[in-house]
Ligand binder design. Structure first.
Ligand code: ATP
Length: 287
């Protein structure tokens, strides 16, 4: 589903549309079926931006077009179910929203709310628990008997169970250990491979470099850059202005530049860095 923001401004001050701007005249297209990362310093407007996609927030001015559904300041709260079924949102620390007695009931809650009948919701719970890397035996457990990482997976399964076309992830791996983070990121990539649109808010630039097709950089409510990660991470001005930090491979390449290595373009993943170093070392040897 393509998502387009046109001149979207959001003021958190109900009395003054020009004060406390969470978003300031943002125009942006998020491509269908791609993996798009939204980055920016804390308070730059990332969460405010994505909360407009399922109309949790309405723009003060401007419009958002979500696969043909237009959201503007006049959008009525009453008819949002079909939109919210299509756009699943995993909030920061989603496990804090678990509340049912069993994992199964928790995962079924979303689909039931969106009109699935009980047997379809049960089937979805069964599929999704496995998709997030837990076996069926977890379905009968209390969510509160699980580890933090397991609870996170259950909460994600609950969002996936309604089979949204677009999945918005607001720092979904915050607080997870590196192995847990890797597994969850691989799951999101797999969901994209199955045809979903993935939108990820993150502070982890390695995840952006490794998984995203496109990235958008926010600062003070404005969109300051958008494009391929390999291009955006090579925008020196963004780095200089402290609007973006580099993935580790690019940082390492920068350090190597001080030791005589030359990079026309900073490599942003370990694979790219490895290839560059190999070429340069082999090149030196053959001289
Ligand atoms: N409910 C709210 N009421 C008033 N101001 C808010 C509210 N939520 C966010 N803001 C303000 O809007 C701006 C953007 O906040 P937002 O949460 O969208 O940033 P963010 O980039 O997601 O930050 P973080 O990385 O810390 O999650 C900030 O200045 C913030 O203080």
């Amino acid at each position: 589903m393509e998502i387009t923001f046109e001149h979207v401004t959001h003021s958190y001050d109900a009395n003054s549309p020009l004060a406390n701007l969470g978003l300031n005249d943002v125009s942006l297209t998020i491509a269908d079926k791609k993996f798009t990362a939204i980055v920016g310093q804390t308070g730059s407007g990332k969460s405010t931006l994505v909360r407009h996609i399922n109309a949790l927030l309405k723009p003060t001015s401007g419009t958002i077009n979500v696969g043909g559904r237009v959201i503007d300041s006049e959008t009525n709260n009453k008819n949002l179910k079909s939109l919210r079924k299509k756009v699943g949102m995993v909030f920061q620390f989603p496990e804090s929203q678990l509340f049912e007695e069993t994992v199964e009931k928790d995962i079924m809650f979303g689909p039931m709310n969106f009109g699935f009948d009980a047997s379809d919701a049960k089937k979805a719970a069964n599929e999704m628990i496995q998709l997030v890397g837990l076996d069926e035996s977890y379905l009968d457990k209390s969510p509160f008997d699980l580890s933090g990482g397991q609870m996170r997976r259950v909460a994600i399964a609950g969002v996936l169970a309604s089979r949204p076309e677009t999945i918005i992830l607001d720092e979904p791996t915050a607080g997870l250990d590196p192995v847990g983070r890797h597994e969850i990121m691989e799951l999101f990539k797999e969901l994209q491979n199955q045809g979903r649109t993935i939108i990820l808010i993150t502070h982890n630039m390695d995840d952006v470099a490794n998984y995203a097709d496109e990235m958008a950089v926010m600062n003070q409510g404005k969109l300051v850059a958008q494009g391929l990660p390999s291009v955006v991470f090579n925008n020196q001005q963004l780095i200089k202005d402290d609007l973006l930090t580099l993935p580790k491979s690019a940082q390492f390449a920068q350090a190597l530049s001080q030791k005589g290595f030359k990079f026309e373009k900073l490599p942003i993943t370990i694979d790219e860095l490895g290839t560059e170093i190999k070429q340069q070392v082999n090149g030196d040897n053959s001289e």
